[in-house]
Design a protein around this ligand. Structure first.
Ligand code: ARG
Length: 402
């Protein structure tokens, strides 16, 4: 009897061709797994397509809530942004897809899993490494890494095997999307001098076409997790979706990044991350209010480490757990409300408050009610400047102008 393989299936050209290819090349029975982590259009159509192309079973899983609660929010609490630009939407989705591949393979008694990633990107690393961490006994097959077909040859293969190829829907770009963001590469974007044409953007309006008036939004956080919008409590997925819609209308979240891939190449990637852009900014603004200077500085270093780790496919590691534990502890007072102003592609923080705010009006004010003892400053400055004066006395070089 033929072995079974569980294939992560998007419904696109490559993974559809992979169904047939796995059958032909490895004589496998293919079970497809389509994971909904947001913004997947017609899931039933995808399921039917898998069966039509030849899958023996087509499974669809709604993993939106797990994605937001267990992957996106921990990354938000960490302020994880790769190379200070990319909020890691695709990178956060991959370990979850790997986890679901493993769970499905166990349920279906399959000894293999497969995915449509090519051999040039980060995603193959993230899925292979994650599967290896969760179920080292499973074999991973990546057809697109093996078959060495060009795009034209892949289309020919599809046509020869009666796999529907919708030329109109086949975009010149390679796209991955979920609730946290949309990644767009290839086509004219491969020339770093080309301005991204308007047709790469689907979620965000061009700032030229956004409303003439700003919108305000108040985001409530509890322990670093967004829980309400304009005072209304919302479930995680609904909250992210609502921020997504509003941000998109105001053209917020377009990112144009020349990034350093794990496999050593630079790649030009355009992102639309409307919800992520706003929530990350608001979250950091609240942290600025409630965390001490040293906590903020150290946490920023952890954020960079954490972002690298997510980008590099190391979600299921001890290091990730350690960083997550640190981050979670930092969030115990990150409770409060942040007011943002959305206008013409910009998200500006215009107000913040928290019961745990370290901002002390009576210390900061220059008006009456000032509680800061200015007469103590000369003594402080005297001691602070002591090593400076000592060194200057012994080692000072003449300045150029003296
Ligand atoms: N460069 C991003 C990452 O490595 C996105 C990868 C997927 N992008 C795509 N356009 N298919 O996480």
């Amino acid at each position: 009897m033929a072995d079974k393989v569980v294939l992560a299936y998007s419904g696109g050209l490559d993974t559809s061709v992979a169904i047939k290819w796995l059958e032909e090349k490895y004589k496998l029975k293919v079970i497809t797994l389509t994971v909904d982590i947001g913004n997947v259009p017609d899931l039933e159509a995808i399921r039917q397509k898998a069966l039509k192309v030849g899958a023996i079973k087509a499974i669809v899983v709604d993993a939106k809530e797990t994605f937001i609660k267990s992957f996106v929010f921990p990354a938000l609490q960490a302020d994880a942004v790769y190379e200070e630009q990319y909020p890691l939407a695709t990178a956060l989705g991959r370990p979850l897809i790997a986890q679901l591949l493993v769970e499905t393979a166990k349920k279906e008694r399959a000894r293999m899993v497969a995915h449509g990633c090519t051999g040039k990107g980060n995603d193959q690393v993230r899925i292979d490494v994650s599967v290896g961490a969760l179920a080292p006994e499973l074999k991973v097959i990546a057809p697109a890494r093996e078959w060495k077909m060009t795009r034209e040859q892949t289309i020919e293969y599809a046509q020869a095997h009666n796999i529907p190829v919708s030329i109109t829907k086949t975009s010149p770009y390679s796209i991955d999307e979920n609730l946290w963001g949309r990644s767009i590469e290839c086509g004219v974007l491969e020339d770093t001098w080309n301005e991204p044409p308007e047709d790469v953007f689907l979620w965000t309006r061009s700032p030229e076409k956004t409303p003439a008036k700003p919108a305000y939004l108040e985001i409530g956080f509890e322990k670093g997790i967004p829980v309400s919008l304009d005072g209304q409590k919302l479930e995680p997925v609904a909250l992210v979706q609502k921020v997504h819609d509003l941000a998109g209308q105001h053209g917020i979240g377009r990112i144009d990044h020349v990034e350093n891939r794990l496999v050593g190449i630079k790649s030009r990637e355009v992102y639309e991350a409307p919800a992520a852009t706003i929530l990350l900014k608001a979250h950091q603004a609240l942290e600025d209010l409630v965390l001490a200077k040293e906590q903020l500085r150290f946490k920023a270093r952890v954020a960079a480490e954490y972002a690298d780790l997510i980008y590099n496919g190391l979600w299921f590691t001890g290091m990730r757990e350690d960083l997550a534990a640190y981050v979670e502890n930092t969030q115990r007072y990150v409770t409060g409300t942040v007011k943002v102003k959305l206008f013409k592609g910009n998200c500006q923080v215009v107000g913040r408050k928290s019961p745990y705010s370290l901002y002390d009006y009576s210390l900061a004010t220059y008006d009456k009610g000032n509680a800061f003892d200015q007469s103590a400053s000369p003594g402080f400055i005297h001691i602070w400047g002591l090593p400076v004066r000592t060194q200057a006395r012994v080692q000072r070089r003449p300045t150029e102008w003296s």
